[in-house]
Structures are given as structure tokens and as C-alpha cells.
Design a protein around this ligand. Structure first.
Ligand code: 13P
Length: 259
């Protein structure tokens, strides 16, 4: 029903040269294994903006979708250093990561701004990967649920979903990102199940049942299988471990081993 999605967020890593090397390694592994890299899962990578053309050129024939890590909500104008959804579509990319905790906490993006970006993505037929997640303080003080509920409600406040294919949600607890501290599978399931309930109240239970909810935060090949066993974990948004094509594919295959 929900096809597993393993997505990599390269953040500010891999220039064009490194991107081409990653793609060659990806192809080599698939060839050595003698089977397509994405037989039963969907794969996606969000390189830095300047590496997207190289990634697209190298992966033309592969079953892997390409995304951006951010956009500006306006379609054009005096916004030095920014890129619009329309410009990203031209590349072309399929999806865009929005509301990532680094955008929220390092660059000060508010729920309001994120909702405008989600709306701009949808208007341009770009699939938003809306990220939500609580900080360690919020979790420790029992505010995990209200925090992610508010982020989800606000992020979706300017769009209406026509189908489950119009959105991907990523649950990324801030305390697990880049720290080596992965959420337990019970913690991940609790948050994902809760997000699906909220989603049902925002749109419909049918759409909520079909939307993929990815887990992100220190996912590696050795913990992927465990998390993948949970019913509401539909894939991963992988940071550090996606930078190496071999470890990225191992995560995808850990998923397959689970089926
Ligand atoms: P890590 O996998 O490096 O913890 O990063 C997760 C993340 O932020 C993906 O968007």
C-alpha cells in the first residue's frame, strides 16, 4: 500500500565532482549485485543546489528521484541568494525538503514561513517533504506531541491535499539528528502513529492512511531494519549515512530484508 521511501539529504555536502563519484559508485554496486537498486523501495536524494544538474545527468536512467533542500516562497523578486519553486521545477526536481530542523533552528524559519513554502511547492507541483520534530527539552518536558502537532497543523495550513501522493512527512527528532542517538523503534512508532492521527483530522483518514511518514535522525544500516519493522514508519530521511552510496543502499536493502 505505502511504498517505502528511502531519501537522502546531503545538506551542504558533495560538490559536483563528489556527486559524480557517488553516482558511479551507486551504479557499480547495483551492477555487482545484479539487481536494480530500487526493486521494492523508492529512492530519492536531495543534493545541494549546485550539484543537482550533475546528479540528474548521472542518474538519468536510474530509478531515483531528485529533490532540493529548500526554496523561497515567492516566485521572483528582490530576494538575494534565494531560489523559487519555479526555478527548481526547471532543473527539474521532483520534491523539496521543507521545515528541516536546521532551517528552523539555525536559520530561524517560523511555522508561518514554512507554510508559505509548502504552499509554493504545491502550486508548482513539487512534492513537499514536510519535516517536524521536537527538541530534547520539548521531549523531556512531555511536549513532544503538542510540538509536532503544531508544526504539522501550521505546515499544512495553506494547502489542501487532493491525494496521499501530494505530501511526504518526515519525523526528525532534533536530538537524534547527527548525534548518533537514534529514536527507539517504539519512540518512532509513537510519533508516527500520532502524526497519522493528526493528519486524518486535518484531511481525511483515507489520505492519512496513504501519506508516507519517514523517520530521520542517525539512521544507519545497522538500525534501519529495526525501525522499518514498525507499522507507521514508511521510510527514512537519511543525512550522514546517505553521503556514501554503499551505506545509503545498505539502508535501502535493510528495508527490503524486512519484507
Ligand atoms: P543524520 O542522518 O545525519 O542524523 O541527519 C538526519 C537529517 O537531518 C536528515 O534530514
Amino acid at each position: 500500500m505505502r511504498k517505502p521511501l528511502i531519501a537522502g539529504n546531503w545538506k551542504m555536502n558533495h560538490n559536483q565532482l563528489a556527486t559524480r563519484a557517488w553516482c558511479r559508485r551507486f551504479r557499480d554496486i547495483a551492477r555487482e549485485d545484479g539487481r536494480p537498486p530500487a526493486a521494492d523501495v523508492e529512492l530519492a536524494i536531495a543534493p545541494p543546489f549546485t550539484s543537482i544538474p550533475a546528479f540528474l545527468a548521472e542518474t538519468g536512467e536510474e530509478e531515483i528521484s531528485t529533490g532540493a533542500q529548500n526554496l523561497h516562497q515567492e516566485s521572483s523578486g528582490a530576494f538575494t541568494g534565494e531560489l523559487s519553486a519555479g526555478m527548481l521545477v526547471e532543473l527539474p526536481v521532483d520534491f523539496v525538503i521543507l521545515g528541516h530542523s536546521e532551517r528552523r533552528h539555525v536559520f530561524g524559519e517560523s511555522d508561518e514561513r514554512i507554510s508559505l513554502k509548502v504552499a509554493a511547492a504545491r502550486e508548482n507541483q513539487l512534492l513537499p517533504y514536510l519535516c517536524v520534530g521536537e527538541t530534547e527539552d520539548e521531549r523531556d518536558s512531555g511536549r513532544m506531541e503538542p510540538t509536532i502537532e503544531k508544526q504539522l497543523q501550521a505546515g499544512l495550513s495553506r494547502i489542501s491535499l487532493g491525494s496521499a501522493d501530494d505530501l511526504v512527512i518526515a519525523y526528525e527528532p532534533v536530538w537524534a539528528i547527527g548525534t548518533g542517538r537514534t529514536a527507539t523503534r517504539e519512540q518512532a512508532q509513537e510519533a508516527h502513529g500520532f502524526l497519522r492521527e493528526i493528519l486524518a483530522s486535518i484531511c481525511s483518514s483515507e489520505i492519512a492512511r496513504g501519506v508516507r511518514i519517514l523517520y530521520g535522525g542517525s539512521v544507519k544500516a545497522n538500525n534501519a531494519g529495526d525501525l522499518a519493522a514498525m507499522p507507521d514508519v514508511d521510510g527514512f530521511l537519511v543525512g550522514g549515512a546517505s553521503l556514501d552510496a554503499g551505506s545509503f543502499l545498505s539502508i535501502a536493502r535493510a528495508w527490503s530484508g524486512n519484507d
